[in-house]
Design a protein around this ligand. Structure first.
Ligand code: GUN
Length: 288
């Protein structure tokens, strides 16, 4: 069994991005600029955005953080999105999700200029992905494909089973995995899937992206499968300073002995998502 090291892989990719930024600056260009909008004080969102800002510094990007309290209005966020769309200094930006209940997330996503949508959430970018056109691929699916490629996991003609059909992970990943060049045969499972256990057991590559800690157990995994765990649920833990730890969707202890490859949580898919965001921002900067 090979443990897929997302931390190491993301460090390698960040070093490659930093090198490109150095080159851009040497050519007299400006550093790529990523802006993030954060509404409220959700613990997970605070941590993710802090990591994104820190990673920008590491690779030489400029970053900006625009914060709002929980009671911000939808119009305030729409006005900020419009400002960022029109700010020539900003190459790409994200609005961290989830947003407070009184703000319509889809309305905000659709207000973002597709050219600056480095999250790849805008329907135009999702549609371009489906059509096989150049686009911003959302961070988690893109990070998973990078891991699969860097670890040379065989995909052509292989059965990839994805548990979860979200617009952020499962759905775009299913498109990527079936694209020419990757060539996997893809099955997307969800809460209404019958015989999920039996289907999962046929997977050469099994991706768990449903957000239920420990959901995938050893009896759902074929011997020699590659298992990718996207889950990052915060569970209470007395032994950590924060009072919680991250738990994946895969029961690592029992599943890992059966696998050819497996991603740990933390340290697997998580660190790769930030790399993908940086890659998209670099791409946006080059295109502008
Ligand atoms: N919330 C959880 N993951 C993400 C992400 O990739 N982008 C944004 N904007 N919000 C998120």
């Amino acid at each position: 069994m090979t443990l897929i090291d997302g931390k190491q892989t993301s460090a390698e990719i960040k070093a490659e991005i930093a090198q490109e930024v150095k080159q851009m600056i040497a050519e007299g260009k400006k550093a790529p600029h990523l802006a993030a909008v954060l509404v409220g004080h959700d613990g997970g969102s605070e941590t993710y955005v802090a990591h994104k800002i820190k990673s920008c510094e590491e690779v030489g990007f400029k970053s900006s953080l625009i914060r709002f309290e929980d009671d911000a209005t939808e119009q305030q966020i729409l006005d900020t999105v419009a400002k960022l769309n029109n700010d020539p200094d900003v190459d790409g930006f994200i609005v961290q999700l989830p947003l407070p209940k009184h703000i319509n997330e889809q309305k905000i996503i659709e207000a973002i200029s597709p050219k600056k949508d480095v999250d790849g959430f805008h329907p135009v970018n999702l549609g371009r992905l489906v059509a096989g056109l150049d686009t911003f691929v959302s961070a988690t699916p893109s990070g998973i494909v990078d891991l699969i490629k860097r670890y040379k996991i065989e995909t052509s003609g292989k059965h990839c089973v994805i548990i979860g059909r979200s617009n952020i992970v499962g759905r775009p990943l299913s498109i990527l995995m079936s694209q020419k060049g990757i060539d996997a045969t893809v099955t997307v499972c969800h809460s209404r899937t019958e015989n999920l256990k039996e289907i999962a057991r046929t997977a050469d590559i099994l991706v768990a992206a449903l957000g239920r800690p420990g959901f995938v157990t050893a009896d759902m995994v074929k011997d020699g499968a590659a298992v990718i765990d996207v889950g990052t649920t915060r569970v209470p833990c007395a032994d950590t300073k924060s009072g919680f730890r991250l738990k994946g969707d895969v029961d690592f202890e029992t599943v890992s002995p059966k696998c050819s490859y497996i991603t740990p949580v933390p340290g697997g898919v998580g660190p790769m998502t930030i790399c993908s965001l940086l890659k998209n921002t670099l791409k946006a900067a080059k295109q502008r």
